[in-house]
Design a protein around this ligand. Structure first.
Ligand code: 5GP
Ligand code: MN
Length: 338
């Protein structure tokens, strides 16, 4: 991390500040883990810290210490705006552009104070006075660990901070299997274990808390799987009616897209999920090897992400979105065909 920026931020953090921590909309384990890891750390330094999330986060992350302190913008806008107005510093975590904050975007865009970005996505925006961006990092949580270490404060990482950061690294690396998992990632995870992260319990809290309805929904998703062999592509659809029929809860579809990618020879997997409330189809894309779903999401689905994991949206119907997806595949034939 840029030592000049670290030193300058360190100087600012010598005085008590009101700090707001913001994850991206539909926050995942990495975004919430980074928020709550920093929450405990910055409170230890004596600051007044408030995490504010654009919308709610899945139940399988609510075991994280401090999760009850997260203010949900969509649930209590007046209170969230009061907190934002008073902020001396806003940390934006696990995203590269304010348009990833849903309806919070306009208020963050108008904020005149100091932004600190910690993120590992490609193409970081320029809104922050302090930008810690590293696309080679496994996760924002790993970056938060390095950030704390660069401040010379690594010994403040207690069991609560370790649990939050470990959870984010675990989820963003697909349990340490994705390519961005480096030897350093493993060393950081090991140190977090030494500092008290209860790794078995964390794994169970995140991955083994299924309701029967969620497994039934997975069954439905797998029934809907379509394989396009010539393009080494597989996709899944879930309509709102199917979600309703299986008592859908936020977070229930997490990880479903990976089943497509688990097929032998498949290099591109997608899931299309209807969201009637928002009037959109939410799209998740995953790939193996050099095929960039970040590029595909940017070019066709108003989204972005990483080379092997990206997301986007469509305002067309589920059927029309899938047709459009199929219609863009020929343009990628050289990269997709075996
Ligand atoms: P997921 O498919 O799990 O929602 O997201 C995978 C990756 O793509 C994450 O890194 C996430 O931040 C990014 N991503 C998901 N949806 C969007 C989107 O609508 N816009 C952008 N720019 N990135 C997204
Ligand atoms: Mn992340």
């Amino acid at each position: 991390m840029n030592s000049e920026a670290i030193n300058s931020l360190k100087e600012r953090l010598k005085n008590r500040c009101r700090i707001v921590l913001v994850p991206h909309k539909n926050p995942d384990g990495d975004a919430i883990g980074a928020c709550l890891g920093l929450y405990h750390f910055l409170r230890q330094l004596g600051h007044d810290v408030s995490p504010v999330s654009p919308n709610d986060f899945p139940g399988f992350l609510k075991w994280m210490p401090g999760s009850e302190s997260v203010e949900i913008f969509d649930h209590n806008k007046a209170k969230a705006l009061d907190i934002l107005k008073e902020a001396d510093l806003i940390f934006t975590l696990d995203f590269n552009s304010l348009d990833r904050c849903g309806s919070m975007e306009e208020y963050l865009g108008a904020y005149k104070g100091i932004f600190v970005m910690i993120d590992h996505h490609q193409s970081p925006g320029t809104y922050a006075q302090f930008t810690f961006s590293d696309t080679g990092m496994s996760s924002t949580c790993e970056m938060v660990y390095h950030f704390i270490r660069s401040l010379g404060e690594v010994d403040r990482i207690d069991a609560r901070i370790a649990a939050c950061l470990y959870a984010g690294i675990l989820t963003d690396t697909g349990s340490f299997k994705y390519a961005a998992t480096s030897p350093t990632t493993m060393r950081v995870a090991a140190e977090l274990m030494e500092r008290g992260a209860p790794h078995t319990q964390i794994h169970r809290d995140i991955f083994d808390t299924n309701r029967p309805e969620r497994l039934q929904l997975l069954g439905c998703a797998l029934q809907n799987l379509v394989i396009l062999k010539p393009y080494r592509t597989a996709y899944i659809t879930l309509s709102q009616e199917e979600l309703d029929r299986h008592d859908f809860h936020k977070g229930d579809t997490e990880g479903f897209v990976n089943y497509g990618l688990s097929l032998r020879d498949v290099v591109l997997a997608a899931i299309f999920i209807e969201n009637r409330d928002e009037g959109i189809i939410k799209i998740s894309l995953r790939s193996q090897g050099s095929f960039s779903v970040n590029e595909m999401a940017r070019a066709h689905f108003e989204g972005g992400g990483h080379i092997n994991a990206a997301g986007g949206r469509s305002t067309e119907s589920l059927e029309a979105t899938v047709r459009r997806f199929e219609s863009v595949l020929p343009a990628y034939e050289n990269q997709l065909a075996g």
